[in-house]
Each structure stands twice: as C-alpha cells, then as structure tokens.
Design a protein around this ligand. Structure first.
Ligand code: NAI
Length: 725
C-alpha cells in the first residue's frame, strides 16, 4: 500500500509534487505506511535528483499531517526504549535527507499541521500556508508529556533562537493560525485559498531555480549562529537572569518532566552541531515516551477526550439532538454564567428570575464579559451584540413556553426547587428536558416530585461558568437513557466537556474535592507549617492549594456539607467520626474566620496586595511537626484517589473516563497524573502498587488511607473498572 500514501507526480518543468494521502485513515500520521512510503519517495527523489527542479509537499486530507502515532507512543516502555530510539532516528534521518536533497522543497500547508506535521514542514526550505484562521499550527507535545522529537526542538531553536522557541511554541505548546505563525517566522508565505497553494509553491521553486542557497538550510551553512545566542555567548548570558522566573511563570509550578526535558534539549542542543543536537533530542523524547507521565497524559488528553468527543459516554440508540432555546431559572451567579455560555454557543436563552430587574442584572453579567472581549479585540461589537440579543430576561414563567430544555439554578433550597419545577412543568412542552444545577441535593429526591422523573437530570456546572469547561451530568435513579443522551448533547452544544456520574452525596467531583481540603485542614491540625501545606500541593501540580481552596469554598459551607452528611449517616443508623481537621474548621468559624467571602479565613485579605496566610495559624496550631514533603503530596493525591475508588465502589462512577476528566477539569487533580483513575492504575506496580502505598500511608497517617476490601480485591484482579467507556 505504501506507494499510495505519498503520490509522486513530476511535471514537465521537473517539479515533483508529493501528495500525502493515507489510504487507510482519515488523516496522515507517522505510522508504518508513512515510514515505508517516505523511504521509497526519498530513494526515488535522490535517484532522479538530476532531473528535478524542486519538490512540493502537500496533503490530500483535510489536515496537512496529524502528527505522531499516539498508540505507538503510549506503548513505549523502558524495555522497548532502545527500539523506539532507533525508530525515531530513522524517521528523522528521512527528513534530514529531504532537507539535504540539494533541491528546494516547499511545504504547501493546506490544513492543520500539529506535532509531527509541523516538524515535517520545518524540514522543508519554504513553508506556504492557506491564510485561514481556523488552521492550527503548533507543537502541542508538551501537553501530552512529550517533546517534539521529530526535529522540532532542534530546528525551531535554530530558526527562532532558544527563548522565542521555548516560550509559547515548545513549552506551552501554543497553537497558532498561519498568519500568526508567519509573524513569528515559522511560515514564510500565505495564500488566500487551497487552490492557490501548489501553484504558489511551484512559482517559488521556479523563481529560485538558479539560487543554490534556496535548497540549503541556514544551519547547514558554515558559521551559522543561533539567533539570540546560546548559553556560551555573552548576549544570551545577559538575558539569562530573567529566564528562570519567566520559565516558572510559564510552567505555573507544574511538576511535569516534559518542560524540563524540552528545555534541556534546547539548551544542550544549541551548543553542538545540528546532527548531534538532533540525537540529543531523540534521547530526551525516548526518555519521556518510556516514562509514566506521558502514558498518563496521552490517556487523559487524547484517548479519554476522544472517548467523550466521539460519544462513548452517550447511551446508544438515541438520535443526536440540538436545542434552539433554553430556559434558565435563576439569574444569579450560576444562571447568569450559564446564560452567557449558552448564548455564546449560539443558543437562545430565556433567563428567568423572580423580578425583571434580577433577570436583567443576570444579563448584565454577559454584557460585562462581552465588553471585555471587545476591548481585547477577541470579538467585534457586532458579534457581542448578536450574542447579547439572544438573551431574553424575564420574570414571567409563561415566557418559557417555547423552550427545548430547562436548566434550573435558583437558590439551593429543596422546597424552592420543587415549587419552581412545578411552575415550569405547567408551561413547557411535555418532552422538554428538565435539568437542575444543584450542587448538593440528590437528583433522585428532586426527580420524585416531577410528573416525568425520567426526563429529570442533574447538570452541574462549575464556577466561573465561562472559564470552567467541565459539566458533571448526574443521573438520578429514574433518569432515562434518552435524557442522559440529550443532556450530553446540550453540554457539547454549549461547548463544554460532559462527564456522566451517578447520584450520591456530593456526586463525584464535590465528594472527592472535599477530601483534599479536609486533608489540608488535618495537616494543619497536626501542627504542620501552613506554608509547607500549601507549597506541597502547588508543587504536586494542584492549581490551587488546599487552605486557599477551603477559603474559596468557605468554611461555613464545608461545615454545612459535613452536618448534612452526619444527618444522613444518623438516619442510616451509623455515625461519622470527626477528625482534627473538622474540629479546626469549627474553631476557625468560631473565631469569625469563615473564608474569602467573609474577608478572613485561613488567609488574610488585605485591601491592597495579595492574600497572606493568617499568621496566627502557625501560632495556634504549629508544633513544628514534620511530614516529609513527598508524603504530604501523596496524602493529597491518595486521599482523592481513594475517594474516587469509593465512587466506583458505590456506583457513582462507572467509567474511568469520567473519573479522569472530571478530576482534572473539575477539581484540579494534577493533569500530569492523567486523572485519579489513571493515577491508581498507572502507579508504580499498578493498582497493587497503589494499594500497597495506601496501606503504608494508613499505617503512618491514619485509617482514612486504608484501601477498602473492594479496592484490595480489584488490585488483586489488576483492574479498577470492568468495562471502560
Ligand atoms: P445565587 O444566589 O447567585 O442565585 C440564585 C438566583 O435564583 C437569584 O438570582 C434568585 O433571585 C433566583 N431565584 C430565587 N427564586 C427564584 C424563582 N422562584 N424563580 C427564578 N429565580 C429565582 O446562587 P448560585 O450561586 O447561582 O447557585 C444557584 C444554584 O447553583 C444552587 O443550586 C447552587 O447550589 C448551584 N451551584 C452553585 C455553584 C457555585 O459555585 N455558586 C456551583 C455549582 C452549582
């Protein structure tokens, strides 16, 4: 089949057009078909070299080239690392032969070129792309725990200089459209349409037919210097002091190995010749690919996300649905945010509150956000106006008559929600989906009082809605498959990420999140230094540390949730044990330190300047107790992972995808772990290794770390979930 993957056409001017078109896939990737075809192609180009004027490389697919083969990358282990290194070197040698063919090679970039796709283009002498803002170019490997090992680091550093290559492109994996990439010097030329691409490429080759330098890369010319210098040149050294600070800011404390490897590959590679640098780069990618982090990140950010996007969480057999208008009940913080997100996604909104002023105030929230977008140039005034026009504020339930779905976000009050839904049911069509954004009330108890419980479902948005991508969909006992599928459709139409969970106290995300903030309070009660508590979490990769989060959630709400759980336990004839963390929270509330909204909590919130940890925390509770840094980090990760396991055991979770994606996007479980489910199964020694370490933590820090009999049994079987979505 290999001859079909890259079509070879030579015109009568001697210009060869290579069209990449994998016959077995929707996109071109670096699979075996590609490797074999590229080999044959380069052999032929070299053999016919004298008759060739130049080469145009393009693609027949919608995208130019999709990049590396992630299934292969994920399966690299320390045992197969040697083989992988050779393979990477083989792919790079092909590109190097193309680069050193002695004839100008032009990349005609018709669509997205990400990862390996952009690396192929970087090996050509001239890059022309279609000026379409929807086309994405970039090296996103860092977001999968990898580095651009197909020559991306080595070439970009030589083209742009170390700093420019690292910031944005390599360390953040930013994706740019062709015009922005041209500004940065990664694209050389733009054309208006796809049809103009190959002719423009041929024209460039013709223009440069007599120019021998057109087929030579700058780094293959003796004396080439890296722009901006290298660590051994004074110019670079002058900029060096600001570099670590910039880097820290860029990486935001994430502990992932890949940014560090990318930096080392860039810096070390800048001090040696191209081919040595390229080998250094191969060594680093091999190390990353064989490690645990990339396995976990590829799982979460590629395979788990793919499972969601391709509808694998969606019950089968229900036709895909879209909504034209949604009714949102309650125009407070959440309702206003949901209205903004829905309207931005092109959905009409009836935003209802008790008074018209209240509803208008909710719409005002969108006005503010949109004004900012216009100010920043992200939207035109006309676009902003169009979005705003979609939101109709109302105080009259009759206005909900034509809606396709209802999302309720009134106060967290059981009786109020009951009243509001009966009012709505009287007005809306009998097949309208009924969703509640409740954060704590069991969906099963709410659905009981509607006349059609099968159409009732939880749609738990996160605050601030415009920024948080996750929506936790909660099935009550009577929720139908059809309602679940329609809820997933709505969430995706609003351009958010849906996960599906079962009913239960705190559902999935809040239940697990609660254990993290309590663990912070518990460590404080043990006498551990508060700053140490916070730093351990940040350095473990949590976006915000536990004591700061406790303030955000508020200590009183935490108390309230606890009290409800105690009541429920009492009703079942059991009691919940109170730990030192809960007692500390009670004391703080008695001292009037209730959290950020109250102006004081674990932190002080001065009118000017950033918040600071309340100095008395250390005076009151600090005993100088020492917990090893790594143990404290493990305590955060394990307490959350064990609660996640509890959710599986209780049936709140049935698939690892929801556990992982909900953990990362909803409650800040460190992304480099791949999410709580992958953290457990990918742990050194697998699930059994995780259970062994949990037992160790239980022996030292308390029974809350003791794995349940269910989990211990699962570990013996070696699988966490029977059927994975
Ligand atoms: P909020 O207090 O900001 O807004 C509630 C709104 O409901 C108010 O504007 C109020 O006037 C309105 N309302 C009261 N009775 C109404 C009625 N009969 N008809 C129409 N509107 C009525 O509350 P927030 O924070 O927006 O929360 C709303 C819901 O979302 C609650 O169930 C809460 O538990 C849940 N939630 C809150 C999150 C948060 O971070 N605040 C996160 C996720 C869910």
């Amino acid at each position: 089949m290999s001859e079909n993957m890259i079509r070879y056409e030579r015109d009568d001017e001697g210009i060869v057009t290579l069209t990449m078109d994998d016959p077995n896939a929707g996109a071109n990737t670096m699979n075996d078909t590609y490797k074999a075809a590229m080999d044959e192609t380069i052999n032929r180009l070299e053999a016919e070299r004298e008759e060739i004027t130049g080469v145009v490389l393009t693609s027949a697919k919608k995208t130019f080239f999709a990049g590396g083969n992630l299934t292969d990358l994920q399966s690299v282990t320390p045992e197969t690392a040697g083989e992988f290194f050779e393979e990477i070197e083989g792919i790079k040698a092909q590109l190097r032969r193309l680069e050193q063919l002695g004839k100008p090679v032009v990349a005609a970039i018709n669509g997205a070129a990400l990862g390996g796709g952009l690396e192929i283009a970087l090996a050509t002498h001239h890059r022309i792309a279609v000026d379409d803002p929807k086309i994405k170019l970039g090296l996103p490997e860092v977001s999968l725990g990898l580095l651009p090992g197909g020559g991306g680091v080595t070439r970009l550093v030589r083209m742009l200089g170390i700093q420019e290559a690292l910031m944005g492109w390599l360390l953040q994996g930013q994706q740019r459209n062709p015009a922005a990439a041209q500004e940065k010097g990664v694209i050389d030329q733009l054309v208006g349409t796809r049809e103009e691409l190959v002719p423009a490429a041929k024209a460039w080759i013709r223009e440069h037919a007599d120019d021998e330098t057109a087929a030579v890369k700058p780094w293959d010319v003796k004396g080439h210097k890296i722009p901006g210098g290298t660590p051994s040149t004074p110019r670079f050294a002058a900029n060096l002091p600001a570099f670590p600070a910039n880097l820290r800011k860029t990486l935001k404390g994430a502990p992932t190995k890949s940014p560090r490897a990318i930096m080392s590959a860039a810096v070390e590679g800048s001090q040696v010749d191209f081919d040595t640098a390229s080998r250094i780069e191969s060594r680093y990618i091999t190390e990353l690919a064989a490690g645990r982090e990339s396995t976990a990140m590829i799982q979460a950010f590629f395979f788990d996300m793919q499972a969601i996007n391709s509808g694998r969480l969606r019950p089968e057999g229900v036709e895909k649905s879209t909504v034209g208008t949604v009714g949102i009940l309650g125009a407070g913080m959440m309702g206003a945010g949901i209205a903004y997100s829905a309207a931005t996604a092109g959905i009409d909104v009836v935003l209802k509150d008790v008074s018209l002023e209240g509803a208008q105030k909710g719409k005002g929230y969108s006005e503010k956000l949109l004004a900012k977008q216009v100010e920043k140039g992200r939207k035109t005034q006309a676009q902003a106006d169009e979005i705003l026009d979609r939101i109709t504020p109302s105080a009259d339930a009759q206005d909900l008559a034509g809606v396709d779905a209802v999302i309720e976000a009134v106060f967290e009050d059981y009786d109020l929600k009951k009243t509001v839904f009966s009012e709505v049911e009287a007005v809306v069509a009998p097949d309208v989906l009924l969703c509640s954004n409740t954060s704590t009330l069991p969906i099963t108890s709410l659905q009981e009082f509607t006349s059609r419980p099968k159409d009732f479902i939880g749609l738990h948005f996160f605050s601030p809605v415009d920024k948080m991508k996750l929506v936790e969909i909660i099935r009550g006992e009577q929720t139908s498959d059809e309602a679940t599928a329609r809820a997933i459709d709505i969430v995706q139409q609003i351009r958010k990420i849906p996960i599906v969970v079962g009913d239960g106290r705190g559902f999935y995300t809040s239940r697990v999140f609660g254990t993290l903030i309590l663990e912070g309070a518990t460590a404080l009660a043990e006498g551990v230094d508060p700053q140490f508590i916070e730093r351990a979490a940040t350095q473990a990769g949590f976006p915000a540390p536990p004591l700061a989060m406790l303030d955000e959630v508020s200590l009183t709400l935490t108390q309230h949730i606890r009290a409800e759980a105690e009541k429920a336990a009492a009703a079942e004839g059991t009691t919940l044990t109170r730990g030192p963390g809960e007692e500390l929270i009670d004391t703080m509330v008695e001292l009037g330190r209730k959290g950020r909204a109250a102006g004081a909590g674990m932190y002080d919130y001065p009118a000017e300047g950033p918040k600071v940890l309340w100095p008395q925390l250390r005076e009151r509770w600090g005993t100088g107790a020492e917990v090893p840094f790594e143990d404290l980090q493990d305590r955060y990760l394990f307490i959350m992972a064990l609660e996640t396991a509890g959710c599986f055991e209780d049936g709140v979770l049935t698939d690892a995808v929801s556990a992982n994606i909900g953990g990362i996007f909803g409650i800040g479980f460190p992304p480099h772990t791949g999410g709580p489910a992958t953290f457990m199964t990918n742990y050194e020694g697998g699930l059994a290794g995780f259970v062994a370490r949990a037992n160790e933590l239980a022996d030292t820090y308390g029974e809350r770390f003791r794995p349940s009999a269910w989990l211990t049994e699962r570990a013996a079987k070696g699988t966490l979930v029977d059927v994975s979505a």
